[in-house]
Design a protein around this ligand. Structure first.
Ligand code: HEC
Length: 123
């Protein structure tokens, strides 16, 4: 009996792994090619400036700054508010002296993250 359960679990594990590793995680969000370029550039900048040391995305990251997953669609924050912090820094948020194109890219990235956060939004 133990052997049967072991075999069932083992086969389930192998099947699950095969699916997980071959299906891929390509996003099903549709964006024009030029927008993807900005999103990817923004993601890179987010990593380079280590924004994650202070901010969380999907609940992961540092706690000095606010969670940014749904900042874009948040009625109290949104794009203009976010841009203001990226441009000038805040009382605790450093001013990185970002170029306007870098700010655009970061906003595109955070907008994209917001679009992926379907189950995260409280509505
Ligand atoms: C040293 C910690 C720190 C780092 C690093 C940092 N931030 Fe912040 N950020 C903050 C804090 C704290 C705030 C809240 C405003 C304040 O107190 O200055 C903030 C506010 C913001 C806001 C405004 C949104 C809101 O909900 O208040 C955005 C957008 C933002 N940060 C994006 C970024 C991005 C993008 C990066 C990387 C380029 C970054 N931050 C790096 C600490 C940080």
């Amino acid at each position: 009996m133990k052997m049967v359960i072991f075999i069932i679990l083992f086969v389930a594990y192998i099947t699950y792994s095969a699916v997980v590793y071959t299906k891929g995680t390509k996003s099903n969000i549709q964006l024009p090619e030029t927008e993807w370029a900005k999103v990817n550039r923004g993601k890179l900048l987010y990593q380079q400036y280590n924004c994650t040391s202070c901010h969380q995305l999907y609940g992961l990251g540092g706690y000095l700054g606010p969670e940014l997953t749904t900042a874009y669609s948040d009625s109290l924050r949104g794009e203009t508010y976010m841009r203001a912090f990226l441009k000038n820094g805040g009382s605790r948020m450093p001013n990185f002296h970002l170029a306007d194109t870098d700010i655009d890219a970061l906003v595109s990235f955070l907008k994209y993250v917001d679009q992926t956060a379907v189950t995260y939004k409280h509505k």
